[in-house]
Design a protein around this ligand. Structure first.
Ligand SMILES: Cc1cc2nc3c(=O)[nH]c(=O)nc-3n(C[C@H](O)[C@H](O)[C@H](O)COP(=O)(O)OP(=O)(O)OC[C@H]3O[C@@H](n4cnc5c(N)ncnc54)[C@H](O)[C@@H]3O)c2cc1C
Ligand code: FES
Length: 220
């Protein structure tokens, strides 16, 4: 884990989301599903973001502008500087036999990098509109659905599911037969285990998602 001030290379629109590309500097991309704390201009606390893509010399984050921090990050332009800390937490295990990537909405963010490291396995992605579904272009071999069809309706049996998305989607995936690795979310203030702000109860146990997750394995 390292902290560095990185230069913004580009800011691209992908549907309603922003793909923020920054120089990698001394920061390692880590494993897919790990995250980085990005300091949003004008905000006290950094915001956690998954790594979306890791082309040579670059880190790219896919950001949904839902509030002041994410909007400030989406407003960054080429040449701006961004404080980044990471990689943090536990990512996806890659030792799976029949991988299927499952993403919902902005949960698609870590899947492009995950797909690359797993050798482009099949993916199923769900979005709330065709505009949001433009983000599917970042994930190879993706089958896409738009509401009212739910992405969980597209998950066949017998696959090793690696999923990121809203909580109800993760709960539905967890309720199916078969093992799954799920990337959970909670508001995070520090990102490295110090503040307990991200503690959530999972299977009756309090876990700090930033150090025990965000990716947790669920047995078959
Ligand atoms: C490990 C991890 C990885 C993430 N990766 C991405 C990513 O790749 N792309 C992306 O766009 N977003 C990602 N997020 C979510 C992102 O960090 C939040 O959307 C962001 O911090 C919100 O900041 P804000 O100031 O824009 O909005 P705020 O004003 O802080 O929040 C807006 C609303 O969202 C709720 N909220 C904020 N953060 C979370 C959260 N983590 N979980 C549930 N509800 C929340 C708030 O309660 C509020 O209602 C990730 C979160 C985590 C924990
Ligand atoms: S975010 Fe501080 S303990 Fe997890």
């Amino acid at each position: 884990m390292r902290r560095a001030l990185l230069e913004v290379r580009a800011n691209e629109n992908v549907g309603p989301y922003t793909l923020l590309r920054v120089d990698r500097g001394p920061i390692e991309p880590g494993a897919p599903g790990q995250f980085f704390m990005l300091e949003a201009p004008g905000r006290l606390l950094p915001r956690p973001m998954s790594l979306c893509l890791a082309p040579a010399g670059e880190l790219a984050f896919l950001i949904d502008p839902i509030g002041p921090g994410t909007r400030a990050l989406c407003d960054l332009v080429r040449g701006d500087r961004l404080q980044v800390l990471g990689p943090l937490g536990n990512g996806f295990r890659l030792d799976v036999e029949r991988p299927l990537l499952v993403g919902g909405g902005i949960g698609v963010a870590p899947l492009p990098y995950l797909s690359e490291l797993l050798g482009r396995p099949p993916a199923v992605l769900g979005f709330r509109s065709d505009w949001h579904a433009e983000a599917a272009e970042l994930v190879p071999r993706a089958t896409v659905c738009v509401e009212p069809t739910l992405v969980t309706e597209l998950v066949p049996d017998g696959m090793d599911v690696l999923a990121c998305g809203p909580e109800p989607m993760l709960e539905a995936v967890r309720g199916r037969d078969g093992a799954a690795q799920l990337a959970w979310e909670a508001p995070m203030a520090c990102g490295y285990g110090a503040c307990y702000g991200c503690a959530v109860e999972i299977d009756g146990e309090l876990r700090r998602l930033c150090v025990d997750g965000p990716v947790l394995s669920h047995a078959a």
